[in-house]
Design a binder for this molecule. Structure first.
Ligand code: GLY
Length: 371
């Protein structure tokens, strides 16, 4: 027998900058022209049908004006299009247009676009660089940062994907003013989640300022974007690959992702997370982990933001319960929930373990409590 040792130890530096401001497209084009992603001169600008004309076309124009080659690749707007099929369609289009390893993906849009485009970049020609230009509050608060990329499948959301970090993230606060109110409200769920899991002061600030936040007061928007990035990064920098601590960012997502799928995407992601947060609080109170008073404050804040805190009547509770088992935190067939201990703190089950084991009966009790 012959044996070979393949030594592949490496030190990887995937650090990158997040730039928060208004109208950052020119800044992004300048950065790309100045070598942000090396000597690449072919850019695949991936966007959706809503954002394309507003933000992606000017980016493409800017790149072409600098002498670069580029094309627009458009997915239809909506979570139901974050699929393997859409990813494959764009890949085939890119291949047909001569894109190979020497290109860069520029994702311009909300969470659907940044998730799908990041996943595509991670697998195209075994990985090409990508940058995110986030135009929604949801993408700014969560999806565009942290390197989780994915597509949905009929079974559940985000089951197929990669950890793949962008080269830079641009958060355009001016874009929030073009969003429908429902999208802003949906984006607030991840913000409330972050406050709940890590920062009671930020939670109080949200309680005091929610009315102003919903009018998209510029100072409030900046405050929100900064706090979301800070809270998320304090976690991601310690546990990029979710081997423990990063699970806390799943707060509200066990019931949230399940109800989003079972609603057939009638619920927007943030609306589903609002319901998921209410369910996690109900569970935590029932388990004697969280004071009822804190849980009440969370639900009041969610409602103040305009988010739902109850399971819609068209959702079948038994179907929802079964769907909980598609959650990535399930271990040995057992449900595990991230639960708040108090506002600003997650309950730690054991060393590096934040998934509280929950029986189906406990999950049902919590779900019925908010039905
Ligand atoms: N959205 C949760 C995470 O990024 O880990």
């Amino acid at each position: 027998m012959e044996k070979f040792q393949v030594s592949l130890k490496k030190v990887v530096d995937d650090s990158y900058e997040i730039c928060i401001g208004e109208q950052l497209a020119d800044q992004m084009v300048d950065d790309l022209a100045s070598g942000l992603v090396g000597t690449v001169n072919k850019f695949a600008v991936i966007t959706d049908s809503t954002v394309g004309p507003l933000y992606a076309e000017p980016v493409l124009k800017g790149l072409r004006a600098r002498g670069f080659t580029g094309d627009l690749f458009v997915i239809p707007a909506g979570e139901e299009h974050k699929t393997r099929e859409e990813k494959a369609r764009i890949e085939d289009e890119m291949l047909g247009k001569g894109y190979r390893r020497d290109c860069c993906v520029v994702a311009v849009g909300g969470g659907v676009v940044t998730d799908l485009a990041g996943f595509l970049a991670g697998t195209f020609a075994r990985g090409v660089p990508f940058v995110n230009y986030a135009t929604t509050l949801l993408a700014a608060a969560d999806a565009s940062i942290g390197g989780k990329t994915a597509v949905d499948t009929p079974l559940a959301t985000n089951l197929i994907g990669l950890f793949y970090q962008p080269k830079k993230v641009y958060i355009d606060l001016a874009a929030w003013r073009t969003l429908p109110k429902r999208q802003i409200i949906s984006g607030m769920a991840e913000t409330i989640k972050h406050a709940c899991l890590a920062d009671s002061q930020f939670f109080c600030w949200l309680e005091e300022n929610m009315d102003k936040v919903l009018t998209l007061d510029p100072e409030c928007c900046l405050e929100i974007a900064k706090n979301n990035c800070r809270i998320k990064y304090e976690v991601v920098m310690q546990d990029e690959r979710e081997s423990g601590l990063r699970e806390v960012l799943n707060l509200g997502h066990t019931v949230g992702r399940a109800v989003e799928t079972v609603s057939n995407y009638q619920l927007m992601h943030g609306e589903a997370v609002g319901i998921g947060l209410a369910a996690a609080c109900a569970l935590a109170v029932n388990a004697g982990i969280m004071p009822a008073e804190d849980a009440k404050r969370v639900c009041i804040l969610l409602e103040k933001a305009g988010l739902p805190v109850r399971i819609p009547s068209y959702v079948d509770v038994d179907v929802l319960l079964k769907k909980l088992y598609t959650d990535k935190k399930v271990r040995n067939g057992r449900l595990r929930f991230v639960l708040p201990e108090q506002i600003g703190k997650i309950y730690q089950v054991a060393d590096n373990d934040f998934g509280y084991p929950v029986t189906e009966e406990q999950a049902k009790e919590a779900i019925l409590a908010i039905s």
